[in-house]
Ligand binder design. Structure first.
Ligand code: 5GP
Ligand code: ZN
Length: 114
């Protein structure tokens, strides 16, 4: 989608610090980190939010979790633990309307989230 921030980042039209990339997704450092490790996992395909996924996206969603766990190990947060978050829609706190997951670690997480 031409006017989507994360489509532009995935296409490298906007620079970002890339942690990992393959044919399905790109993982980048969040520009405004909420934890010592804050990585965004972004599918290359434009999907606005979890409200817009379908049966054909099952392998993509599974792949995101497998890669999130791999990045957690590489970032040395796996042993202590971390959080993988999707914000969906206005009440969920989603600001960028292109599906993405936050991988947060390096500090103790609070529960319930704010
Ligand atoms: P949301 O609130 O939609 O779940 O999360 C959007 C995230 O994208 C926020 O954590 C925000 O800091 C991050 N973000 C917004 N614009 C940019 C950008 O241009 N580059 C990067 N790397 N992260 C961004
Ligand atoms: Zn997009």
């Amino acid at each position: 989608m031409s006017d989507c921030l994360f489509c532009k980042i995935a296409a490298k039209n906007i620079p970002s610090k890339v942690i990992y990339e393959d044919e399905m997704l790109i993982a980048i450092e969040d520009i405004n980190p909420s934890a010592p490790v804050h990585v965004l996992l972004i599918p290359k395909k434009h999907i606005a939010s979890l409200n817009d996924i379908g049966d054909t996206d099952k392998s993509l969603l599974g792949h995101i979790q497998v890669i999130a766990a791999q990045i957690a190990k590489e970032q040395k947060i796996a042993k202590d633990g971390y959080r993988l978050v999707n914000n969906c829609g206005t009440m969920g706190g989603q600001e960028v309307m292109h599906l993405h997951y936050h991988l947060l670690g390096g500090r103790e997480m609070l529960w319930p989230p704010g």
